[in-house]
Each structure stands twice: as structure tokens, then as C-alpha cells.
Design a protein around this ligand. Structure first.
Ligand code: PMP
Length: 439
């Protein structure tokens, strides 16, 4: 069922041409353009459960899930109802409203160290605001981030490592001021000695360390035992804050996030957390939060300015709330079993085809690196065979399975990935593994 019956992709090609005239490269976010894998991105017409249908009528099991948000599957009836009922009463008021309160309560109830949140519209806004808050709280300017961790397109976080451990970073994008990158230190992930060294040199200037709770943006690279705990200890010793970016992992790796898998550490939880994706259920809403004492610094109560015309939007909040309320223990169990089944079959197929690979996990979130493991940091992630992935990706796509179009991304499943959807993926894997091998 649901096979991709070779309807062609003329519709996607025509839309890409139209799009490219009015939108740079035809896409509103770079990864969608298939630059890493080549070919024509598929323009989707609809999604239902685990499946996407493109404008030419091809069907795909979706392993992107909108990069995380669609944890219950596409067009889940409870979320749809919440959105329809809310939208019928108006879209946005520019005044406070009840749904945003209920969403904030749901988040605070799920993760102990988060006493208060402020809602924003994207993960980028969440990390940008958390950093401003950390700078305001500590009255320091320097931020430490890790190479391969992505926190959105915030100037200070689009930085790459300078020449020495504690050397200020360089812009990682044209248009990022050198002065902005110069307030960031970029260190290798999972390297506590590098963190110790940076703090030994510049600890008095460092406002915060920001880290993905479990990185998913260089592929999945879980923190080594003791790494995050070490960050907590070092930041505390130097009066800096620890920001745990749970935009991808939040409410996915467990009912709270990766926090629920790993923390709290003996040294205590992070000071600030950022969330997005799942908590918006496919709508643009995100959040940052932490201890009330820190959050009290935000305007209008405190001196750290932060605002948003659509922040706490009632329709987005309703979608997020219905999604979080739908994330029951059964949902997490299903995510886990679907992910294990797909990853296990992928590993078997790649092994049979003699394709070097390793699968890494953060809760039920996983990715496949096309190289032997373990992969502990971005340099190691970059050592994979991206051409093998490219062949694998296209063979899967032709068989009706839509993987993330880059080997540096997590594969996302939803609770709607039932036995039928999983079987469709499993059936496609052997031919894709042979394609990967057949360079
Ligand atoms: N932080 C992390 C960990 C993310 O994965 C992302 C998005 N992939 C972001 C921040 C930025 O979120 P957004 O794309 O909503 O701005």
C-alpha cells in the first residue's frame, strides 16, 4: 500500500521553477532545497498520519515530521479540532488570552527546573532571548557554544571556532558582524578539558554556555557521561549560566525532553531551557524558561527587553497544547518502538550491503552516520561518506520514504508511524543500502 507509483515529479519541478523566481533558491529554509543530496525537492500537498503526498500524487512515509513538531503525525484529529475551534473565535488579539497561559502551565508542569516561560515564535527567538537574558543576568557578554550544535540563526551563534581554545570565534555566515562572533567562543562538543581551559582564561567574561541537551543538528551525538554535568559544575564555579537548548529534544526524548532522560545532574539542572518544535504542534510557537528569579529580569518586570506581536498566539498555543496533551506514555512507547524497528532494519540492511555506518541515539531520537562510530563531535560527524548517503536518500525517496535530505540530521518518527508505515520503510531499506554501497 501507498507505494510511490512513479507518478513523476513534473508538478514539483514546475513549482520549484515558479518558487525560484520569487523566493531565493525556491525555499524558505535552506535544508529544503536538497543541496546536500541533489535533485528536486518535493512540494507537498498534504499530510495524514505518517504519510505525505506531493503535488504529483506520490506518497511518502515521512521521516522528517517537519523536523520534529509532528510527533502525533500529520493532521491529528485532536489537534485539528483544537485549531478549528480556536480559529473560529479569532486569530490573534494582541492582548493576553487563556490558551497561552494553559500552554505555559503545561510546559512548567512537565519540567521541574522551569518555573516560568515566555512564549516566542521560533526556536531562533527562544535562544536569542535566552542569551540576552543570560547576558542581562550576569552582566557579562561572552557566550560559549559547541561546534556542530545549531541554535537557530542568531548572529552570536552563527560562529565557528577561532584558532585557539579560548579564542573568540569567526562569523560562520556572511552578514554576521565580526564583533558579534567575537563575543562567542566555539568549542568541540564532548570535550570538557576544552571547556575548563576556556573558563580558566576568560571565565570572568562568560555569561553562559549554550548546548543542545543532546545534539541532533550534526546527526545525533549524545553527551558523553559526565559532560553536561561538567558544564553545570564549571558554569556554576564561574558564575555563568547554563542554557540547555531543548528545541529539538523537548517533549520528544521524554515527556519533558532530554532532561527527563539524563537529568537532573547531581550538580543541578540548567538555568535556562529553550523549547520549540513539538510544543507548537506544527505552528510557529516556541519558548524559553527557567527559574522565576532569572525570568523576573524580563521586560516589563525587569530591564531585559523582549517582545512579540504574535507571541502566545491563541491558535498556535491551542495546537501546541493539544499536541502536548496528546503526548501520553503510549505515544512515547510507540515512538520508541517505531524508531527501534526502523533503525534496526536500516542497520541490518547496511551491514548486509557492507556499508560502514553507525546509529546513535538520544532517547527515541536517532540518526545514521555513514561511517564507523562512535561519533563524538562535529569533526567526527564530518568524516562520513556523504555520497553514500546521497545514493541511499534517493533510493529511499524513489521507494516512497522521505528521509531528511542530509546525513547530518536526525530521523524523526511520529506516533502515527504504525506497523504499515514501518513495514513500508523496512521494505525499502535493502535496495537503498545496495545503492549506498554501489558508488
Ligand atoms: N535549536 C535547536 C536545537 C534546533 O534544532 C533548532 C531548529 N532546528 C533551533 C534551535 C532553531 O529553531 P527554529 O528553526 O524554529 O528557529
Amino acid at each position: 500500500p501507498g507505494s510511490n507509483a512513479g507518478s513523476g515529479i513534473a508538478g514539483s519541478e514546475a513549482l520549484l521553477a515558479r518558487a525560484s523566481a520569487v523566493i531565493p533558491a525556491g525555499v524558505n529554509s535552506p535544508v529544503r532545497a536538497f543541496r546536500a543530496v541533489g535533485g528536486t525537492p518535493r512540494f507537498m500537498a498534504s499530510g495524514q498520519g505518517a504519510w505525505l503526498t506531493d503535488v504529483d500524487g506520490n506518497r511518502y512515509v515521512d521521516l522528517i515530521c517537519s523536523w520534529g513538531p509532528m510527533i502525533l503525525g500529520h493532521a491529528h484529529p485532536d489537534v485539528l479540532r483544537a485549531v478549528e475551534q480556536t480559529a473560529a473565535r479569532g486569530f490573534s488579539f494582541g492582548t493576553p488570552s487563556e490558551n497561552e497561559v494553559a500552554l505555559a502551565e503545561e510546559i512548567v508542569a512537565r519540567i521541574d527546573p522551569v518555573e516560568q516561560v515566555r512564549l516566542v515564535n521560533s526556536g531562533t527567538e527562544a535562544t536569542m532571548s535566552a542569551i540576552r537574558l543570560a547576558r542581562g543576568y550576569t552582566q557579562r557578554d561572552v557566550i560559549v557554544k559547541f561546534s556542530g550544535c545549531y541554535h537557530g540563526h542568531v548572529d552570536a551563534l552563527l560562529a565557528s571556532a577561532g584558532s585557539g581554545v579560548a579564542t573568540f570565534a569567526l562569523p560562520d555566515s556572511a552578514g554576521v558582524p565580526r564583533s558579534s562572533a567575537a563575543e562567542t567562543i566555539v568549542l568541540p562538543y564532548n570535550d570538557l578539558a576544552a571547556v575548563e581551559a576556556a573558563f580558566a582564561e576568560r571565565g570572568h567574561e562568560i555569561a553562559a554556555v549554550i548546548t543542545e541537551a543532546a545534539p541532533g543538528n550534526m546527526g545525533v551525538v549524545p553527551p558523553a557521561p559526565g559532560f553536561t554535568e561538567g558544564l553545570r559544575r564549571i558554569t556554576r564555579e564561574h558564575g555563568a549560566l547554563l542554557i540547555s537548548d531543548e528545541v529539538m529534544t523537548g517533549f520528544r526524548c521524554s515527556r519533558s525532553g532530554f532532561y527527563g532522560v539524563e537529568g537532573p545532574y547531581a550538580a543541578g539542572p540548567a538555568d535556562l531551557f529553550t523549547f520549540g518544535k513539538v510544543m507548537g504542534g506544527g505552528f510557529p510557537t516556541a519558548a524559553f524558561g527557567g527559574r522565576a528569579e532569572v525570568m523576573a529580569l524580563l521586560a516589563p518586570a525587569g530591564p531585559v527587553y523582549q517582545a512579540g506581536t504574535l507571541s502566545g498566539n491563541p491558535v498556535a498555543s491551542a495546537a501546541g497544547l493539544a499536541t502536548l496533551r496528546g503526548c501520553t506514555a503510549d505515544v512515547y512507547a510507540r515512538l520508541d518502538s517505531a524508531a527501534r524497528a526502523i533503525a534496526g532494519a536500516a542497520s541490518d540492511a547496511l551491514t548486509t550491503a557492507s556499508v560502514p555506518h553507525t546509529i546513535q541515539w538520544a532517547g527515541s531520537m536517532f540518526s545514521i552516520f555513514f561511517r564507523e562510530g562512535p561519533v563524538r563531535n562535529y569533526d567526527e560527524a564530518k568524516g562520513q561518506d556523504v555520497d553514500a548517503f546521497r545514493r541511499f536518500f534517493h533510493a529511499m525517496l524513489e521507494q516512497g520514504v522521505h528521509l531528511p535530505p542530509s546525513s547530518f540530521e536526525a530521523w524523526f518518527v511520529s506516533a502515527a508511524h504504525d506497523d504499515d508505515a514501518v513495514a513500508h520503510v523496512v521494505d525499502a531499506l535493502p535496495a537503498a543500502a545496495r545503492a549506498a554501497a554501489g558508488g
